[in-house]
Write a protein that binds this ligand. Structure first.
Ligand code: ADP
Length: 401
């Protein structure tokens, strides 16, 4: 019997999300989350789907990522899914920034780990936690291949003229300043799933993917290949997000520093953590924004309008980039669930061949589905993303292929 289990780890600064999958049938054996690592009130939520045992919760301090992963291993062992099992084929790690060095999933050795570490200056909020996750998992099962799957990789095919910022070329080169793009695993998975929904091969279709979660990004995918995406050097550029501003005049930063007397760190925190929907109206959760807007709250209505206006601009821009669009697809928390966002983003775009079937748009479902009227020139779709399955699939393919 060949080993077919893959553990997927998504390590954040104070959390670890994990899934254990069996790639023989792509089923999920267990899923869970450790959050508030390093605090007194850490929480481990574990669900062993394979045994149908129901959710379990552990509260109390978990000191660091090593303790977190050991606690996860103990939970899995209690379900007969221990990480010491010979059935474990590999561990797949989500790594946020791969720079220009990593454009495909990569088996991790000491050299690769050192290179991921060297990319920390480009992703100071994310790569350090990813590195820690890799170190801990390697120590736990040194004999099992560890694979890094990069958020930036799918966007590596962007042409140079799209990736470059219009700044001094030497400065850009020296400091690795260019557009990298993020959420690549999701854009890859969803663009392919959309082709399938249309009954086509990925090579045959041009797709605009709108990944609207807490973070949000758009991509233009031509024949399965990413040619443009909205996030740049960091995940700050592009769409309006839960707490990030997205696009803004860079001179806003100089103005806040010179006139507002703010430090670089204060402005960084303002734009990444206190802007977007949260900054504009005080709520970063689209459900709250919609509820308040429905009650006539002016700040919430304007935040919604700004969010949707930005989306529309990107749909228009990426229609121009692609020349011909076969589908516009919504995914992630907001994209999959917020019918009013989809309705408002597409409203008035009949000239681009876009329209919605209001009944299909209002329907709730966890399945990939079309929400445009039959015979529409451009299909509009909702396709649930599954980054963990995609990471597991890429990991498994690399170690068995
Ligand atoms: P993350 O970027 O953290 O992976 P998700 O893709 O899970 O996030 O998206 C989370 C966001 O999705 C929430 O902040 C919330 O705004 C939004 N969301 C979830 N469910 C709904 C819903 N029913 N209606 C509107 N927005 C929703």
């Amino acid at each position: 019997m060949t080993a077919s289990r893959v553990l997927v780890l998504n390590s954040g600064s104070s959390s670890v999300k994990y899934q254990l999958l069996d790639m023989a049938d792509r089923s999920r054996l267990a899923v869970g989350l450790v959050e508030r690592i390093g605090e007194e009130t850490s929480r481990l939520a574990h669900e062993p789907l394979a045994t149908g045992g129901g959710k379990r919760e552990q509260l109390g301090p978990i000191a660091d990522h090593e303790a977190a992963l050991k606690a996860v291993a103990a939970e899995l062992a209690a379900d007969g899914l221990g990480l010491d099992s010979p059935e474990l084929a590999a561990v797949g790690h989500r790594v946020v920034h791969g720079g220009t060095r990593f454009t495909a999933p990569t088996v991790i050795d000491d050299e690769v780990l050192a290179e991921i570490r060297s990319l920390v200056p480009l992703a100071p909020l994310h790569n350090p936690a990813n590195v820690t996750g890799i170190e801990v998992a390697r120590a736990l099962r040194p004999d099992v291949p560890q694979v890094a799957v990069f958020d930036t990789a799918f966007h590596a095919t962007m042409p140079d003229h799209v990736a470059q910022y219009a700044i001094d070329a030497e400065v850009a080169e020296r400091w690795s300043v260019r557009r990298y793009g993020f959420h690549g695993t999701s854009h890859a998975y969803v663009s392919r799933a959309t082709a399938r929904l249309l009954g086509k091969e990925p090579q045959e279709v041009n797709v605009i993917v709108l990944h609207l979660g807490n973070g949000a990004s758009a991509s233009a995918v031509r024949g399965g290949v990413c040619v443009e995406t909205s996030m740049g050097l960091t995940p700050l550029e592009g769409l309006v997000m839960g707490t990030r501003s997205g696009d803004l005049d860079p001179a806003v930063i100089f103005h806040l520093a010179r006139v507002g007397g703010m430090s670089v760190d204060e402005i960084d925190s303002l734009l990444n953590k206190k802007s977007g929907l949260l900054g504009m109206c005080g709520d970063n959760d689209m459900r709250e924004v919609l509820r308040r807007a429905g009650e006539g709250d002016e700040a919430a209505r304007r935040a919604f309008a700004t969010y949707v206006h930005r989306l529309k601009k990107y749909i228009g821009a990426y229609t121009a980039v692609l020349g011909r669009v076969d589908a516009v697809v919504f995914t992630a928390g907001v994209g999959e669930n917020a019918a009013p966002v989809r309705e408002a983003a597409v409203a008035g775009l009949e000239g681009l061949g876009l329209a919605l079937d209001p009944r299909a748009n209002a329907e709730r479902s966890g399945e990939p589905r079309l929400i445009s009227p039959a015979g529409a020139r451009v299909a509009v779709a909702v396709v649930p993303t599954d980054e963990e399955l995609e990471i597991a699939a890429q990991t498994y393919e690399l170690v068995t292929g």
